[in-house]
Design a protein around this ligand. Sequence first.
Ligand SMILES: NC(=O)c1ccc[n+]([C@@H]2O[C@H](COP(=O)([O-])OP(=O)(O)OC[C@H]3O[C@@H](n4cnc5c(N)ncnc54)[C@H](O)[C@@H]3O)[C@@H](O)[C@H]2O)c1
Length: 309
Amino acid sequence: MNAADHFAKQGWQVRLFDNLSRAGSDQNLVWIGAQHPSSVDFRGGDVRDSDVVTEAVRGVDAVLHLAAQVAVTTSLADPLGDFAINLTGTLHVLEAVRRGAPEATVVFASTNKVYGELEDLDRAVTEDQPLDFRTPYGCSKGAADQYVHDYGRSFGLRTVVLRQSCIYGRHQNGSEDQGWVAHFVHSILAGRPLTIYGDGHQVRDLLDARDLCRLYELAVEPGGPAAGQVFNVGGGPSNARDLLQVIAAIEDASGRKAEYEFAEVRPGDQRRYVSDLASVTSALNWRPEIDVDAGLADMIAWARSVVVT
Ligand SMILES: NC(=O)c1ccc[n+]([C@@H]2O[C@H](COP(=O)([O-])OP(=O)(O)OC[C@H]3O[C@@H](n4cnc5c(N)ncnc54)[C@H](O)[C@@H]3O)[C@@H](O)[C@H]2O)c1
């Protein structure tokens, strides 16, 4: 929704394709419809259905492929379902572009999970870090990442793979399974207790969705330098925080006290992941502009204005 809003504000006609399976996405749809009644065209549909994907993609100038089964936990409970959405769904998108919009740039929201657990790695991660898919989600997103990149080589599509670290911001619907910053914000504001899996010192570099949307825009620029590239994308070292630091920042910005308990670390949870942004900065002259404290304050202001179920 943030990307649809961003592109509509830049004057694009946006075709939004989603099956609204994510809890809260229906509320986001009402919001985006009110913001952009004539420039956002919603097509309800599922990426597992190749015919509707083909129809949705036909004739477009750019595709942001963000639809996914997004939770590691769900992928462990239902690997086949995860595969169907994340890998078969991605192939449907790629084939739809190849047949119906071959000049379009395809941006794929990949993930830092393609690099595995990265035990003991204390430096920022560059794109030449060896791939190491773990968990069904890591495998399905990682394989999709490779297919998207290869459709550039095998079929000449203009593809861009963005290996995203932790993204947060307005309109994010978090749960214990995925979207942990949103889950923390909504829970702390509502006085709901949190469970922290592990010791709370897992580190992520946090990126505000508004910064990511600026990058999406640079990535789809016709004839731009992003085509064929793979970039690690996150908040970078200056926006790296551990979970307990994020909780403390939310407490400071909201004036609310968090309640939490600790539980066993979950499979596939990297101890530390921080993106090295040198490659994307040098290619696209992009770097994050919103620091974590400002981004969290903005997200809290939004979360206070909505009722989240
Ligand atoms: N948020 C992060 O920190 C993060 C990090 C790395 C990668 N990503 C990737 O970014 C993308 C967006 O993630 P997000 O965090 O905004 O999650 P999200 O759940 O808000 O977005 C995913 C959207 O896909 C839709 N969807 C799910 N299954 C679908 C299907 N079968 N057909 C059509 N639509 C379907 C959902 O309804 C939802 O609106 C995903 O591909 C995710 O893997 C996110």
